[in-house]
Design a protein around this ligand. Sequence first.
Ligand SMILES: Cc1cc2nc3c(=O)[nH]c(=O)nc-3n(C[C@H](O)[C@H](O)[C@H](O)COP(=O)(O)OP(=O)(O)OC[C@H]3O[C@@H](n4cnc5c(N)ncnc54)[C@H](O)[C@@H]3O)c2cc1C
Length: 538
Amino acid sequence: MSSIVEAIFAEIMPCGLYANRRMELQDGIFAGMAVLGEPFAGRCGYSHQLPGHNKRNRFSAQQLVYNCGGFGSFVERIYANDVDTDWTVSLNKRTFIKLIAAVTASPIVSPLLSWAAKKKLTNWAGNLEYSTDSLYSANSMEQITGYVKNQKQFKVLGTRHCFNNIADSTHSFLSLKSMDEVVVLDPEARTVTLNAGMTYGQLCPYLHSKGFALHNLASLPHISVAGACSTATHGSGEKNGNLATAVSALEMVTAGGEVIKLSRQKDGEIFQGAVVGLGSLGVITKITLDIQPTYMMRQYVYENLPLSELKAHFDAIESSAYSVSLFTDWLNNRIREVWLKSRVEEGQAFNATPAFFGAKLATRNLHPISELSADNCTEQMGVPGPWYERLPHFRMGFTPSAGKELQSEYFVPRKHAVEAILAIERLRDQVSPHLLITEIRAIAADKLWMSPCYEQPSITIHFTWKQDWPAVSKLLPVIEKELAAFEARPHWGKLFAISPEQLKSRYNRLPDFIQLSKKYDPHGKFRNAFLERNIFSS
Ligand SMILES: Cc1cc2nc3c(=O)[nH]c(=O)nc-3n(C[C@H](O)[C@H](O)[C@H](O)COP(=O)(O)OP(=O)(O)OC[C@H]3O[C@@H](n4cnc5c(N)ncnc54)[C@H](O)[C@@H]3O)c2cc1C
C-alpha cells in the first residue's frame, strides 16, 4: 500500500514540481484492484500523452511508472503484461485520487476501474464494444471548447448505460466524468444547476441534505444526468413526466465551440427541442433541474396479481401510488410483482392491505427477478426512507439489475395500455425463454420534441433479456409487429429493430429537430451511425 500512498502524494503535489520526473513505483495499485476482485494481472507499464503532444512514453511492464508533466487532464494508454493492450482510460488528478479511494474504501470498484480492467472500451452491459478506445477526459470549459474546436467528429460518453450504439463513435469520445460538482442550488427559484458529468447517485444525497428532492428517478441512480435526459430516461408514475421534464435550463458547447445557454423560460419551443437532444446538438456542460422540498417514501411489493384483475382494473392499479411498476415473466396469467412507491405525506400515503387486486403483500424484500437476491434492491416492506432510496429499484453502490443482460423498451399510448399488454402476452411462448423480466410503467405526457411521451401519456413495456443477441434480434421484429398498431416508440437508449421510416412517422417534430441539430452542428460533428440512420437519413 505504501506505493499507493506515494502515488497519491505525487498526484496531490503541484505537478509542476514533478515535471519530467519519472517516479518508479511497485505494482501495488493494480494488485489492489485484483484484491477487490477485478481480474487484472498485477503488473503494468503506465504512460501518458499530454493533449497536443504526439510523443507517447512507454515504460517497463515491471513497474508502475508515473510520469507527471503539468496541470490539467491527460490521456493515458495503459500497457498490460508488457503488451500494447487496446484500451485507453483518461485520468486527471481528481479522478486518479477517486480511483485510489475506490480501491481502498469502496464496496464496489469504480466504473473507471471497471473500464481499466476490461480489454476494450464497452458499454455497461458489455454487449457493445465501442468503435474506438480513444477517450479524452476534460475538466474545464477551456478544455471542452478546445477539444470541440479541434475534433472533426466525436461523441460525448456519459456513464455508458445505453444498450445500443447511440453513444458510439468511430473517432473519439469526450468524457466529462470528472466535472461532477453542483454549481449552484437556488432555494428561491427551486432549481439546482450541476456540471454535466454528475450522476443521480452523486446529486440526490446532496439535494436531500439541503432539504430538496427531484420529482422522479429511473430504476437505478448510477446514470449521468446529462446522458439520461438526452435519451428521455424515465421512472414510473402516471403523473410523473420523464427525467428530462425536470430540466429547466442547459448550457451547451456547439460544434463551432460556442457556449450557449437555453432555458425553458426564455427559449420556448427551441428549448423543448433541445432537452432530449440524443447527443446530436452539442456538448451539454451544465444542466439546471427543477427541485422540490425533500420527501420520504415507502415501498410495498405485492406478489401474483391475476392478469384478469389487471385487465379489469388497470387504471385503478396505476393510480394507486405515486410510482407503480408491474413485473412479469408473461407466464401463468399473472403479474409476478407489483411495486408500489408512495410518498409519506398526508393524503398521499398508500395504505398497505394484505391483498391488492388479488395479489398478496410480500413478506420479504424482493428483486424484480424474484429468483435473485434482493441485496442490491432498495428497501421495501413499507420502511420509510428518503425519496432517492425508494424511487430507484436498485441501490447505489451495488450492481443494478442482473448485470449480464440486454434491454428493450416500447412506449405505447396510455389509451392502448391493456390491448398492448395482451398483445405481448399472446407472444409469451416466444418471449419467455429469452426473458429475464418485463417491467410495465406509466409516464405522463410532455412537450419535449424527441421524447417518446411527446404530447402522449404512455405506458412502457420493457424487456430485460438474457444476453443472447442472435435470439433477441429475431424476437424484436415480432414484438414490434404486434405493437405497430399502437405506433409504439422505442426507448432511445435500448435495443430495437424498428426501421428509420417507421420511427420518423412516429415523431411529428423530427423535421424541426433535424433543423435544430443543423443549426448547432451544421457539419455533423456530433453524429454517428445511429443518428445518421435513425434521425438524419430522411
Ligand atoms: C441497468 C440499467 C437500468 C436502466 N434503467 C432505466 C430506467 O429505469 N428507465 C429508463 O428510461 N432507462 C433506463 N436505462 C437506460 C439508461 O437510463 C439510458 O440508456 C441513459 O441514456 C443512460 O445514461 P448514460 O449517461 O449512461 O448514457 P450514455 O450511454 O453514456 O450516453 C447516452 C447518450 O447521451 C449522450 N450524452 C451523454 N452525456 C452528454 C453530454 N454531456 N452532452 C451531450 N450528450 C451527452 C451520448 O452522446 C449518447 O448519445 C437503464 C440502463 C441500464 C443499464
